[in-house]
Write a protein that binds this ligand. Sequence first.
Ligand code: MOS
Length: 750
Amino acid sequence: MLKNDTHIGSPRSRVDGPAKVTGKATYAAEFATPDLAHAYIVGSSVARGKITGIDVAAAGAVPGVIKIFTHENRPRTAWLSFRHKTIVGPPGRPFRPLYSDEIQYSGQPIVLVVAESFDVARHAASLVKVAYEQHPHETDLGRARSDSYEPPRRRLGIAPPPKPRGDAAKAYDEAAVRVSAEYTIATEHHNPMEPHATTVIWEGGGKLTVHDKTQGVQSSQAYVARVFGLSSDDVRVISPYVGGGFGSGLRPQHQLFLAVMASLALERSVRLELTRQQMFSHVHRPETINVLSLGADQDGKLTSIQHHALAATSRFEDHQEVVVNWSGLLYPAENVDLRYELAKLDTASPGDMRAPGAPLGVFALESAMDELAIAAGIDPIELRLRNYAERDENDDKPFTSKALRACYSEGAERFGWSRRDPKPGSMREGRELIGWGMASGVWDANMMKTSARAVLGADGKLAISCATSDIGTGTYTILTQIAADALGLAMDDVTVALGDSSLPTSPVQGGSWTAASAGSAVMAACQSLRETLVKHAGKIDGSPLVGAGIDDVAFAGGRIMMRLDASRSLSLADAVAAAGGSVEAEESAGPGLLGLMLPKSHSSYTHAAVFAEVRIDQDLGVLRVTRIVSAVAAGRILNPKTARSQIIGGVVWGIGMALHEETLTDHRLGRIMNHSFAEYHVPANADIHDIEVIFVEEHDDKTSPIGVKGLGEIGIVGTAAAIANAVHHATGNRIRSLPITIDKILADAV
Ligand code: MOS
């Protein structure tokens, strides 16, 4: 494998870059068809209660309105709860749009207006009048906290907290050095560039082509078929480009259901596109409260770790993520007690957002480690080295690989950590206080069963296909690199088709597993092609490769040649001709059955060390993150250029998490107040300064056959903690609730 890497490991520009920057890449709401109808959602204005009446007279009278759907006149198919379940969904009753008169959250879709144009649909929707019977609601986690509970049923693929080890409370009481505090992270909403949208093309005869904004076309296909009682042969879901997912497209969202419902009922093509405001009416990162207590001996060696987290979920589902386990994984201690609880709110169900759970729990842990370092008078990196986990004590397994030490040392070196004066408030320039902080990051490294097809044509062009999505991560590019190297071709000779449910089976793109999974599947398909080609090449009369086995040859420059005698070679074209004009192979790779992860003999994680510099105006409290160094260990890096982009994206979001992002709810109304980019702040260019990414060398031969561990999510984990630690270093003020806004800096100012 990977014997003649020309492209793998080299920085390559995105193969889909030109299509994206020239506007040729088509997104879910951009597929056109004649006779397309447009839909618009009316959302509930109350958070809990019942609909007592819907007056659609004025809306229905608007010229161009085709049909107005409510719970009273909805089509009669497909309303069983279990049919709406998907593999990535949590336990509970999934939300079913227009199911009944029950209101479960503010913004819940309750009416769908379909019209000849988007503007008519939107205008008519504004004329719909809804009467409600309001019931008491709760959207405040602080108040719901008293009713917290351990989720009785676990979400598939989400590890529960490990069993307690030792007696953490007692060890804490006896510890020489102790820190204990509460750390909170605000609700955040996904705001990918591409809002959720579905264009359903009515193909006639009950067949649908669905252009959906999703991270998994086959997941959307299965959902539509199951919910509407269709044969999956009649539903093709296509999503070649996705304008960012970040977890918001892992589950089918309500726009998919509503667009398909309308299309089937009207026997017509329908598009439903959410507005930016409506993007706040579904999935989000749940508000999470961490209570974290660390006990250590005089040398800073941890003796007790207690991490209890409480996360918000909806009234109807138990969304779960891994928040506290990281605290038993990153540092060893004899006494560990980790707990994870939920509390129900009258909101839409939370969902996965980039590295779900990890940036929340790790913010608490890595803030607390900084506090412990100060309490013990030990340098923060030294403290982490004294508590370095050589083994996964949660699962009692060895790691497949772990180069976190190199992350600390290379990151510190690049950042200039040795020049740091540990005294808070000691570094300044003019009116600016300067703070340097650091934190560790950790995230899962997984591989999921995935299939891919490779077809080499008589023209010497290689066509790769797989149903996986490329949600902007660079999947097209790395698969092109892998395939080109496997057959010894130029990248221009390889095409990759993705995001089509008719292609070989793939799980959703998520969990940072796609490079390892789809990459290994493409490698396996190409290996199978190579074997077929060598077999046929040896059979040609007078073949220079007669008697050659697969291990005797190399593929390079469009030729197959003997490894030990390059003068004996044959063109790929001749080998393809001998094989009958084209060669095709489809192969799967993966440890799992049905795309599920299986228990492994080893634990596999990616790691990072994040270093942050902040500058704070001492009078105004204005805070800038002027420098970040993120040193990442993620196994083999297939493409340093696109990999760097992934980490930068994660770091930028980490800055947003630390300083900007916060969904604000008016709890009297149970309604989100800042559902627009004017008031829900994400980092803009002016907020982003120097970001440096380092990939430390890490060899991993167990996570995936191609040595890849994945890096779509690790970039965000630890970044907010590093920034909060830098804020403390600059000011001496410890801010334990994200985002760190100016008011908090000024309120805490001495
Ligand atoms: Mo990711 S939150 O698994 O898309």
